[in-house]
Design a protein around this ligand. Sequence first.
Ligand code: AMP
Ligand code: MN
Ligand code: MN
Ligand code: MN
Length: 290
Amino acid sequence: MRVRFPRRPFLRIDLHTHSSYSDGVLTPAALIQRAALCAVSTIALTDHDEMGGVAEASSVARGMGIRLISGVEISVSWRAQTIHVVGLDVDPEHVLLAQGLAGLREARQVRALKIGEQLCAAGLPDITHDMATGAGNSGALGRGHFARALVASGRAKNAAEAFRRFLADGKPGFVSQKWSELDQAVGWIRSAGGFAILAHPERYRISRPITKALLEDFKLCGGHGIEICRGDPGVAAEQIRSARQLGFMVSGGSDFHGPGAGSCDLGNVAAIHADPAAIWLHQDFGRHCH
Ligand code: AMP
Ligand code: MN
Ligand code: MN
Ligand code: MN
C-alpha cells in the first residue's frame, strides 16, 4: 500500500520508536503505516534489547518510500541507574550485538517471572502467563507489558498509575536488574557499524553533576551523540550546549509506544533539523538501509 503524504511544511525524522517486538503496541508494519500518515520520512525502529521487528518494518517501509533505520534501545546499568543507549543504523545480523541482546532478553524473562511472583504475593492476579504467551511477543518482556495487563484487569486506570502503584522502584512489582555495562553496550553498537546515542538524558533521576559525569563517561566509552529533549525548550538548549562542549552529535526521537492519550505521536521530536550536528547529516548515516 502506498500512502499519500499529507501536506506538511517538511517531512519528518523520528529516530526512537517501539513496536510490539518490545513494549510498543503496533506491529512493525502498522508502525510504518502510521509513520506515513504522520509525514515521517525517516524512522528508526528501536525496540528494547530486540531487533526482531526490523526486517518487517524495513520491507514495509521500502514499499512506501520511507527510510527505515535499523535500531535498538539497549538497557544499561550505570552506577546505581538504569539508563538507555539507542543504537542507530546497526547491522542487525552482527553476532556480537545479537548475542548481547539475547543475553538481555534472557534476563528480561527471568525478571518478568519475579515481577509476576511479587505482584501475586501482593495480592494481584497472575498475569505473567498470559503476557509471556501473548502474540507477537518475541521475548523483550518489560514493565510496559505488566502495566498494560494491570490496566486491562482493572487494577490501574492507566499505565502511569500502574507504574506509580506497582512497578516503579520501591513498589511491590519492582525487581532491580543488572543490565549491560555502558562500555559493553556502546561496543556492541560500534562493532555492528552503528551510532550510539544516549537516550532521553533528562529522564534519569540524577543531579546535574551526575548527568555531566554520565555524558563524560559515555564519551569515553565511544558514544556518538545524545538525544535532545522534545518537551522543554530550556532543557533542550542546555543539552545542545553540552553536546557541543563534548563533541557529540544530536538526535531526536518521539519514543512512540502506541497511539493513545498522553503518549507522544510519531514525528514529535526536538526541533534540531537545522543543527549541523544532527546525526542524520553524518556521511555514514543510513548506510545499513536498503
Ligand atoms: P523496563 O525496561 O522493562 O524496565 O521498562 C521500561 C519502560 O517502561 C520504558 O521504556 C517505558 O516504556 C515504560 N515506563 C517507564 N516508566 C513509565 C511510567 N511512569 N509510565 C508509563 N510508562 C513507563
Ligand atoms: Mn518502553
Ligand atoms: Mn528509554
Ligand atoms: Mn524508548
